[in-house]
Write a new protein. Structure first.
Length: 362
């Protein structure tokens, strides 16, 4: 009986309170509404919304609970205007199927989050001048403080870029020269180390499975391959070209398997090396007994290839960290920077490279 009386007495109050809060939610709750419900000042709600220190945990939880109950979302645009920044970095890129681009983007997002920034991705579907120009134009409509660009520099040079005021730019993995701040992997150093490793093993020369012609990364690796051979007094074999994919590596491998003078191959990335390994195996050319193969990237799966792939390790996490650090430094100084920062590479030696057979050696 007592329970029934208690229920009947409390029932009218429950719906009334619910209706009141529901009405406030429908009308978009304000910071003042949150403050009243949590029993704190609007200044405290603001501090919690902005993630500032100085609010004890119990009070913070009260405010967060009130926000959830009212469906309140802080007005990030208003806060950004007040602070003069949106705490968001735009990233323009194309070719998300590329291992390098994906891992660089992942590293940028991780580094940005560690600094308290979000990332807005602007993918360029087709790397044409109009698409690139459109991506930069859209920046004017988005709340971003800075931009990191992961794309071929000839597209940057070929278009007239109009950036929102005070938006700083860093270019990743490109050859932008003095036009932008550039963070790049030491493509040349890594490629030279790969070729030198194969020559030191005793191979007469090193064939090269290059990346696509329009890629600056591919071009730098090709130039370094050729330069290292010339300095060693070796003749550079005819270039074999792929498109970064394992399938193109497989097609190239079918060609190279028919060359008895091909005893060592430097592939411009690990995916093409994977296809190359398959083609050589199918054609009865064993790795590394008949042909040594070395890749570039050191993707997580490269140690599980058959045989495990010798490759050049790229530090994508460091590239991402330096890109984010670069744009933040420019933002805080409010001045653009110029020049290139190279992130070192290192050779990872596994079982896909070995000295040539006695009948193949010098």
């Amino acid at each position: 009986m007592d329970t029934a009386d208690s229920t009947s007495a409390s029932t009218p109050q429950g719906p009334a309170r619910t209706r009141k809060r529901g009405a406030r939610h429908a009308q978009s709750a304000s910071m003042a509404d949150v403050a009243r419900l949590a029993g704190v000042s609007s200044q405290t709600v603001s501090r919690v919304s902005n993630g500032y220190a100085g609010v004890n945990e119990e009070t913070r939880q009260q405010v967060l609970e009130a926000m959830r109950e009212l469906g309140y979302r802080p007005n990030s645009a208003a806060r950004a205007l007040k602070r003069g920044e949106f705490r968001t970095i735009g990233v323009i890129t194309f070719g998300l199927s590329s291992t390098g681009n994906v891992r660089t983007l992942e590293a940028i997002a991780t580094s940005a989050a560690q600094e308290g920034y979000a990332v807005t991705l602007l993918p360029v579907a087709v790397p044409t001048q109009d698409e690139v120009r459109g991506a930069f134009s859209r920046l004017g409509e988005l709340a971003v403080d800075a931009v990191i660009v992961i794309m071929e520099v000839h597209l940057l040079d070929a278009v007239t870029i109009s950036l929102p005021p005070h938006v700083q730019v860093v270019v990743a993995d490109s050859d932008a020269g003095d036009s932008y701040t550039v963070v790049d992997t030491d493509q040349a150093g890594g490629s030279r180390a790969a070729v030198r490793h194969l020559l030191d093993l005793g191979h007469r020369t090193v064939w090269h499975l290059a990346g696509p012609e329009e890629s600056f990364a591919a071009q730098r690796r090709t130039d370094a391959w050729r330069a290292e051979l010339v300095e060693a007094g070796r003749e550079a074999p005819p270039l074999v070209r792929g498109d970064w994919s394992a399938e193109s590596g497989y097609r190239a491998g079918l060609v190279l398997a028919d060359r008895p003078d091909c005893t060592a191959v430097f592939a411009a990335n690990d995916q093409m090396a994977l296809g190359l390994l398959r083609a050589l195996h199918e054609q009865g050319r064993y790795v590394p007994d008949d042909v040594s193969v070395i890749g570039f990237d050191d993707i997580p799966e490269s140690g599980s290839f058959l045989p495990p792939l010798t490759t050049v390790h790229q530090d994508f996490a460091e590239v991402g960290r330096r890109c984010v650090a670069g744009v933040l430094r420019q933002m805080h100084l409010d001045v653009p920077e110029r020049g290139t920062t190279l992130v070192p590479t290192r050779l990872v030696m596994r079982e896909s490279t070995a000295p040539p057979r006695m009948d193949q050696a010098h």
